[in-house]
Every structure is written in structure tokens, then in C-alpha cells.
Write a protein that binds this ligand. Structure first.
Ligand code: RB5
Length: 144
């Protein structure tokens, strides 16, 4: 919800979209914490995924990770205990990953989704509540 801190990070491929989303979401009232990178210089996405997931897990917060496809970020993020990262390309999955899967990290592909759609997906992700109930039983079963 607006006012909550939202962690965001990318690699070089996601850098420009990260800057755009930071501005868009700040305008909507979210407190954005940008964990880098600070330029579009080539870098390794797992470094940023791991840094963001550590913060999300420690703060029981939410995060957004962006790379070229969103795939590498999602793979790296889901190696963390307590992180449920979802790669979304459509508004339905952005909503369902919160409502049904209690996703705490949204992964986006900057080479897949255009900035206006990315902003829409991020807003849906941040405003949708987990439904709990039978879904809570299932998300509890995810951790090995
Ligand atoms: C970088 O070229 C690209 O491989 C990376 O951003 C990402 O798409 C990896 O999954």
C-alpha cells in the first residue's frame, strides 16, 4: 500500500525501466528504496537479486526486480527462503501472484513489457492483498 517501503533493483538491461518505475511509484505515494545499479553499465543480475531479497526478507517487505527478460532475476530470487518471486507479463498474473501466491517480489522483463504496462503491473502487484485461506495452506507448502 502507499507509504510502504518498496525495494527495487535491476541489472543494466533493466536500468532505464527501474528509473522510470521509481519515479512513477514515488508519485503514487510509495516509498522507493533503490538498491541499484546506479548506471546502465554492464553488471550481473544475481548480485542485485540477492541484495534485494535479503532486504525484503529482513523487512517483511516487497520488492521489484528488473532484468532483460525477468527470468534470471526470478531464478536468483527464488533461491531465497521466504521469497516468493513472480515473473509477470500480464495484469492477471500480477494480481493473482499477490492474491493467490502472496508473492513478495515482482520480476519484470524490460525487453518484454513496455514501460506503461510495467507501471500498471507494478501498481497492481503493490495494491493487491493476499487472500489467505486455502492459499495460505498452499504457500506454506512451497518451502521445502
Ligand atoms: C542481459 O543481457 C540479460 O541476459 C539479463 O538482463 C536477463 O535477461 C537475464 O535473465
Amino acid at each position: 500500500m502507499p507509504g510502504d517501503t518498496v525495494f527495487i533493483a535491476s541489472d543494466h538491461a533493466g536500468f532505464v525501466l527501474k528509473q522510470t518505475l521509481c519515479a512513477d511509484l514515488t508519485e503514487l505515494g510509495f516509498r522507493m528504496e533503490d538498491l541499484g545499479p546506479q548506471s546502465a553499465e554492464s553488471c550481473d543480475y544475481p548480485v542485485f537479486a540477492h541484495a534485494l531479497c535479503a532486504r525484503v526478507a529482513a523487512h517483511d517487505g516487497r520488492g521489484i526486480l528488473i532484468c532483460g527478460t525477468g527470468i534470471g532475476m526470478c531464478m536468483a530470487a527464488n533461491r531465497h527462503r521466504g521469497i516468493r518471486a513472480a515473473l509477470c507479463t500480464h495484469e492477471y498474473t500480477a494480481r493473482a501472484c499477490r492474491a493467490h501466491n502472496n508473492a513478495n517480489v515482482l520480476c519484470l522483463g524490460a525487453r518484454v513489457v513496455a514501460p506503461p504496462l510495467a507501471a500498471e503491473l507494478a501498481e497492481i502487484f503493490l495494491r493487491t492483498a493476499f487472500e489467505g485461506g486455502r492459499h495460505a495452506r498452499r504457500t506454506a507448502l512451497i518451502e521445502p
